[in-house]
Ligand binder design. Structure first.
Ligand SMILES: [Zn+2]
Length: 232
Protein backbone atom coordinates (compact mmCIF):
# COMPACT_ATOMS: atom_id res chain seq x y z
CA UNK A 1 0.00 0.00 0.00
CA UNK A 2 1.71 3.14 -1.13
CA UNK A 3 -1.25 5.39 -1.58
CA UNK A 4 -1.44 8.03 1.18
CA UNK A 5 -5.23 8.05 0.88
CA UNK A 6 -5.34 4.58 2.33
CA UNK A 7 -5.64 4.08 6.03
CA UNK A 8 -4.74 0.73 7.49
CA UNK A 9 -5.59 0.52 11.15
CA UNK A 10 -3.27 -1.20 13.59
CA UNK A 11 -5.76 -3.89 14.45
CA UNK A 12 -5.97 -5.00 10.81
CA UNK A 13 -2.21 -4.80 10.47
CA UNK A 14 -1.53 -7.03 13.46
CA UNK A 15 -4.25 -9.59 12.75
CA UNK A 16 -4.06 -12.82 10.73
CA UNK A 17 -3.68 -13.28 7.02
CA UNK A 18 -7.34 -13.76 6.09
CA UNK A 19 -8.43 -10.71 8.03
CA UNK A 20 -5.61 -8.79 6.40
CA UNK A 21 -6.87 -9.82 3.01
CA UNK A 22 -10.38 -8.64 3.91
CA UNK A 23 -9.03 -5.39 5.22
CA UNK A 24 -6.93 -4.88 2.08
CA UNK A 25 -9.96 -5.34 -0.18
CA UNK A 26 -11.91 -2.96 2.03
CA UNK A 27 -9.15 -0.35 2.00
CA UNK A 28 -8.85 -0.52 -1.79
CA UNK A 29 -12.62 -0.16 -2.10
CA UNK A 30 -12.66 2.85 0.26
CA UNK A 31 -9.81 4.52 -1.61
CA UNK A 32 -11.46 4.18 -5.03
CA UNK A 33 -14.82 5.20 -3.55
CA UNK A 34 -13.20 8.36 -2.13
CA UNK A 35 -11.60 9.18 -5.49
CA UNK A 36 -14.96 8.82 -7.22
CA UNK A 37 -16.85 10.87 -4.64
CA UNK A 38 -14.30 13.68 -4.59
CA UNK A 39 -14.12 13.74 -8.41
CA UNK A 40 -10.43 12.83 -8.52
CA UNK A 41 -11.71 10.14 -10.87
CA UNK A 42 -13.95 12.39 -13.03
CA UNK A 43 -17.46 11.20 -13.96
CA UNK A 44 -17.49 9.39 -17.29
CA UNK A 45 -13.72 8.80 -17.34
CA UNK A 46 -12.10 5.45 -18.05
CA UNK A 47 -10.85 3.44 -15.10
CA UNK A 48 -7.91 1.20 -15.95
CA UNK A 49 -7.35 -1.76 -13.66
CA UNK A 50 -3.60 -1.79 -14.44
CA UNK A 51 -3.25 1.86 -13.41
CA UNK A 52 -4.97 1.20 -10.08
CA UNK A 53 -2.79 -1.87 -9.56
CA UNK A 54 0.25 0.38 -9.94
CA UNK A 55 -1.17 3.23 -7.88
CA UNK A 56 -2.11 1.07 -4.90
CA UNK A 57 0.64 -1.50 -5.34
CA UNK A 58 -1.78 -4.42 -4.99
CA UNK A 59 -2.80 -7.35 -7.18
CA UNK A 60 -5.69 -7.30 -9.67
CA UNK A 61 -8.02 -9.21 -7.34
CA UNK A 62 -8.87 -6.49 -4.77
CA UNK A 63 -9.14 -3.90 -7.56
CA UNK A 64 -11.63 -6.02 -9.51
CA UNK A 65 -13.53 -6.78 -6.31
CA UNK A 66 -13.77 -3.10 -5.46
CA UNK A 67 -14.88 -2.16 -8.98
CA UNK A 68 -17.53 -4.87 -8.91
CA UNK A 69 -18.89 -3.52 -5.63
CA UNK A 70 -18.86 0.04 -6.99
CA UNK A 71 -20.69 -1.17 -10.10
CA UNK A 72 -23.42 -2.51 -7.81
CA UNK A 73 -23.63 0.92 -6.21
CA UNK A 74 -24.06 2.63 -9.55
CA UNK A 75 -20.77 4.51 -9.39
CA UNK A 76 -18.89 2.42 -11.96
CA UNK A 77 -20.09 1.07 -15.28
CA UNK A 78 -18.57 -2.01 -16.92
CA UNK A 79 -18.83 -2.39 -20.68
CA UNK A 80 -18.10 -5.71 -22.36
CA UNK A 81 -14.66 -5.75 -24.05
CA UNK A 82 -14.09 -2.08 -23.19
CA UNK A 83 -13.76 -2.18 -19.43
CA UNK A 84 -14.65 0.10 -16.56
CA UNK A 85 -15.49 3.76 -16.45
CA UNK A 86 -16.83 6.09 -13.79
CA UNK A 87 -20.58 6.53 -14.08
CA UNK A 88 -21.57 9.74 -15.84
CA UNK A 89 -22.81 12.63 -13.74
CA UNK A 90 -26.59 12.57 -13.30
CA UNK A 91 -28.48 14.91 -15.61
CA UNK A 92 -30.37 17.98 -14.43
CA UNK A 93 -33.60 16.19 -15.24
CA UNK A 94 -32.67 13.15 -13.14
CA UNK A 95 -31.56 15.49 -10.34
CA UNK A 96 -34.99 17.20 -10.34
CA UNK A 97 -36.70 13.81 -10.39
CA UNK A 98 -34.64 12.51 -7.47
CA UNK A 99 -35.44 15.53 -5.33
CA UNK A 100 -39.12 15.40 -6.25
CA UNK A 101 -39.13 11.74 -5.19
CA UNK A 102 -37.30 12.51 -1.94
CA UNK A 103 -39.65 15.38 -1.09
CA UNK A 104 -42.67 13.15 -1.65
CA UNK A 105 -41.37 10.31 0.50
CA UNK A 106 -38.88 11.44 3.15
CA UNK A 107 -40.74 14.18 5.08
CA UNK A 108 -43.75 11.86 5.49
CA UNK A 109 -41.43 9.03 6.53
CA UNK A 110 -39.77 11.27 9.12
CA UNK A 111 -43.17 12.03 10.61
CA UNK A 112 -44.07 8.35 10.64
CA UNK A 113 -40.71 7.31 12.12
CA UNK A 114 -41.17 9.71 15.04
CA UNK A 115 -43.78 7.49 16.64
CA UNK A 116 -41.59 4.39 16.24
CA UNK A 117 -38.47 5.83 17.86
CA UNK A 118 -37.25 4.49 21.16
CA UNK A 119 -34.00 5.42 22.92
CA UNK A 120 -32.03 2.75 21.07
CA UNK A 121 -33.18 3.88 17.64
CA UNK A 122 -32.63 7.51 18.50
CA UNK A 123 -29.10 6.59 19.59
CA UNK A 124 -28.53 4.89 16.21
CA UNK A 125 -29.53 8.07 14.38
CA UNK A 126 -27.43 10.26 16.70
CA UNK A 127 -24.44 8.01 16.08
CA UNK A 128 -24.81 8.34 12.29
CA UNK A 129 -25.12 12.12 12.58
CA UNK A 130 -22.21 12.22 15.04
CA UNK A 131 -19.87 10.32 12.73
CA UNK A 132 -20.60 12.88 10.01
CA UNK A 133 -19.74 15.75 12.34
CA UNK A 134 -16.37 14.31 13.40
CA UNK A 135 -13.53 16.04 11.66
CA UNK A 136 -10.96 13.31 12.11
CA UNK A 137 -8.31 12.23 9.66
CA UNK A 138 -6.18 14.42 7.46
CA UNK A 139 -7.58 13.31 4.17
CA UNK A 140 -10.37 15.64 2.95
CA UNK A 141 -11.38 13.27 0.15
CA UNK A 142 -11.85 10.32 2.48
CA UNK A 143 -13.77 12.51 4.91
CA UNK A 144 -16.07 13.75 2.15
CA UNK A 145 -16.67 10.19 0.95
CA UNK A 146 -17.39 9.03 4.51
CA UNK A 147 -19.85 11.86 4.96
CA UNK A 148 -21.73 10.81 1.82
CA UNK A 149 -21.91 7.22 3.02
CA UNK A 150 -23.00 8.18 6.53
CA UNK A 151 -25.64 10.55 5.17
CA UNK A 152 -27.02 7.65 3.13
CA UNK A 153 -27.11 5.52 6.30
CA UNK A 154 -28.78 8.29 8.35
CA UNK A 155 -31.57 8.75 5.81
CA UNK A 156 -31.95 5.00 5.23
CA UNK A 157 -32.30 4.36 8.98
CA UNK A 158 -35.12 6.89 9.16
CA UNK A 159 -36.82 5.05 6.30
CA UNK A 160 -36.31 1.76 8.16
CA UNK A 161 -37.95 3.15 11.30
CA UNK A 162 -40.86 4.46 9.20
CA UNK A 163 -41.52 0.76 8.45
CA UNK A 164 -42.40 0.77 4.78
CA UNK A 165 -39.89 -1.54 3.11
CA UNK A 166 -41.14 -0.75 -0.41
CA UNK A 167 -40.51 2.97 0.03
CA UNK A 168 -37.17 2.25 1.66
CA UNK A 169 -36.06 0.00 -1.22
CA UNK A 170 -37.27 2.47 -3.83
CA UNK A 171 -35.06 5.19 -2.41
CA UNK A 172 -32.14 2.90 -1.66
CA UNK A 173 -32.01 1.57 -5.23
CA UNK A 174 -31.48 5.09 -6.55
CA UNK A 175 -28.17 5.42 -4.66
CA UNK A 176 -29.23 9.04 -4.33
CA UNK A 177 -26.59 10.14 -1.87
CA UNK A 178 -23.67 8.83 -3.89
CA UNK A 179 -24.91 10.59 -7.02
CA UNK A 180 -25.73 13.92 -5.43
CA UNK A 181 -22.53 14.18 -3.39
CA UNK A 182 -20.57 13.54 -6.55
CA UNK A 183 -22.07 16.61 -8.22
CA UNK A 184 -19.81 18.90 -6.27
CA UNK A 185 -16.81 18.39 -4.03
CA UNK A 186 -17.18 21.23 -1.56
CA UNK A 187 -17.17 21.55 2.24
CA UNK A 188 -20.37 23.65 2.13
CA UNK A 189 -22.26 20.55 1.08
CA UNK A 190 -21.34 18.83 4.33
CA UNK A 191 -21.12 21.69 6.85
CA UNK A 192 -24.64 23.04 6.39
CA UNK A 193 -26.21 19.60 6.34
CA UNK A 194 -24.94 18.96 9.88
CA UNK A 195 -27.17 21.68 11.40
CA UNK A 196 -30.15 20.42 9.44
CA UNK A 197 -29.58 16.89 10.72
CA UNK A 198 -29.46 18.32 14.26
CA UNK A 199 -32.87 19.92 13.69
CA UNK A 200 -34.31 16.59 12.54
CA UNK A 201 -32.83 14.83 15.58
CA UNK A 202 -34.22 17.50 17.94
CA UNK A 203 -37.72 16.98 16.53
CA UNK A 204 -37.33 13.20 16.93
CA UNK A 205 -36.12 13.60 20.52
CA UNK A 206 -39.13 15.82 21.29
CA UNK A 207 -41.45 13.24 19.73
CA UNK A 208 -42.84 15.99 17.47
CA UNK A 209 -43.89 14.36 14.19
CA UNK A 210 -44.91 17.66 12.57
CA UNK A 211 -41.56 19.26 13.38
CA UNK A 212 -39.70 16.18 12.08
CA UNK A 213 -41.62 16.37 8.81
CA UNK A 214 -40.85 20.09 8.42
CA UNK A 215 -37.17 19.68 9.38
CA UNK A 216 -36.73 16.89 6.82
CA UNK A 217 -38.43 18.96 4.12
CA UNK A 218 -36.18 21.95 4.86
CA UNK A 219 -33.08 19.70 4.81
CA UNK A 220 -33.92 18.17 1.42
CA UNK A 221 -34.88 21.54 -0.12
CA UNK A 222 -31.65 23.10 1.15
CA UNK A 223 -29.63 20.14 -0.07
CA UNK A 224 -31.16 20.61 -3.53
CA UNK A 225 -30.40 24.35 -3.50
CA UNK A 226 -26.80 23.76 -2.39
CA UNK A 227 -26.17 21.41 -5.31
CA UNK A 228 -28.05 23.29 -8.04
CA UNK A 229 -24.99 25.46 -8.94
CA UNK A 230 -23.35 22.25 -10.21
CA UNK A 231 -25.57 22.56 -13.30
CA UNK A 232 -24.78 26.22 -14.05
ZN1 LIG B 1 -28.86 14.41 5.13
Amino acid sequence: MQNPDLTVDNEARSSGRIQRANSLAGDVYEAIFAQLMSLRIPPGSRITVDNLVKEFNVSHTPIREALGRLEGEGLVVKTHLIGYRAAAQITRRRFDELYELRLLLEPAAAAKATAALDEERLATLREAAGVMARRVGKDERLRYANFARQDAIFHDKIMEFAQNELIRETLSHQHTHFHIFRLMYHSRVTEEALDEHEAILAAFAAGDAGAAERAMRVHIENSRDRLLPAFE
